[in-house]
Design a protein around this ligand. Sequence first.
Ligand SMILES: Cc1ncc(COP(=O)(O)O)c(C=O)c1O
Length: 434
Amino acid sequence: MIRAIARYGIRTIPGDEKEIVAAFRRGEAIEGPAIREYEEQFANYHCVSYATATSFGRMAFYYLLRALDITPHSEIIFPALTFWVVPEIARCAGFKPVFVDVDAHTFNLNPALIEAAITDRTRAIIPTHLYGQPCEMDQIMQIAEKHDLTVIEDCAQAAGARYRGRRVGTFGNASFFSFQMLKGINTYGGGMALTNDSSVAANVRSQAEAEPLQTSGELVRRFISGLAARSLVSPKGFAWWGYPFGAAASLVTDHDFSKHFWERIRALERFPNSYRRQYSNVQAILGLRALAKLDEFNQRSRANAQTYSDVLMNCRAIETPRLIANAEHVFYQYCIYVSDPARAKRRAIRRGIDFETSHVDVCSSLPLFKEFAANCPHADKTAEALQLPVYSRLRTSDIERVLKTVMEVTSDLAPMSEPETAPRPEEFKSSIVV
Ligand SMILES: Cc1ncc(COP(=O)(O)O)c(C=O)c1O
């Protein structure tokens, strides 16, 4: 049987389907006790007082922005490299996004550049723990305290990651998470807002609970499309469509057709109806199961990343990801730099391995945000990064195959110049111990 490796894997737990059917049979798919239980367990996992489940991660952010008493029309600092929806939600809520450049090697907001962007209208910072790596929260919190700024952490890609021993999502005034299919916790959509502030939590809850319930039809469609996506990215499913299509397309173009499957970048003047819904009980049932497995799954992704780094750090054609000290990256993505990413990707898909060239948006140069455009050269550089499949579902033999492929397809590429402040190998290794 052919086995091709897609860029993404969807985390599921054996028995999820049975739980979904059972919840529908009991009449507890839409409303039921699992929602509160999931919120409580999610809050406990983070040692935070209040968690509120929402239709999307972005809606958790929207409710938080409205609950946190941030002066209307003020400026909010975002990393230049983040999912476009998040600054767009802030714009819809009446704020002005200000983009600050990232560190091209960690992909996260560069704390050294934040103060230069602060004006007397700045009220908040939204650090994104991108690709699963925590931001430098000590430095960000020091700046926030000095300038009396609210901090809302975007933990959509980093559930379970730690910074100085503490989970991300517990440093700022509040944080939000996503349970969209590709995320660390998959409940086929959904999000969570976390905070220790009881009045903020109550305000978020009243906004979330004022939304209409999902209908059974909406839930059924959610799971059917989720199950279809799962089979399409499975090694057997991908072998029948993504691999032949990608390999054939690579003969004529370097265009990444996957971009057409992503949510279209657009102004969100009026939120789609799907945003304006409550989280459902059946999703919370899956959330409870996924939360119990989160650390184990993260550990597997981390072990996969460790295997890659052990080998690839010695390849001159490849620059491996830089990890910050005292943090536990959960490797939602494993990003490398090579001198010719398009060529490496083209060669890899012909061998049945799907690399992605760029995943997140360089918001500082998106036409959508042209009125907030900023010069962020390091964010621009990240568009050249290459992402290797690293997800927890991969088998050891898959990881070996990805490694063999990446070395083959980059063997004749120009060597990468050493980053100016490259960590010594011992430092690099110790920060990724699994
Ligand atoms: C970094 C980041 N922030 C926020 C979100 C928004 O999450 P959701 O799709 O649940 O609204 C995502 C989702 O892809 C994300 O990757």
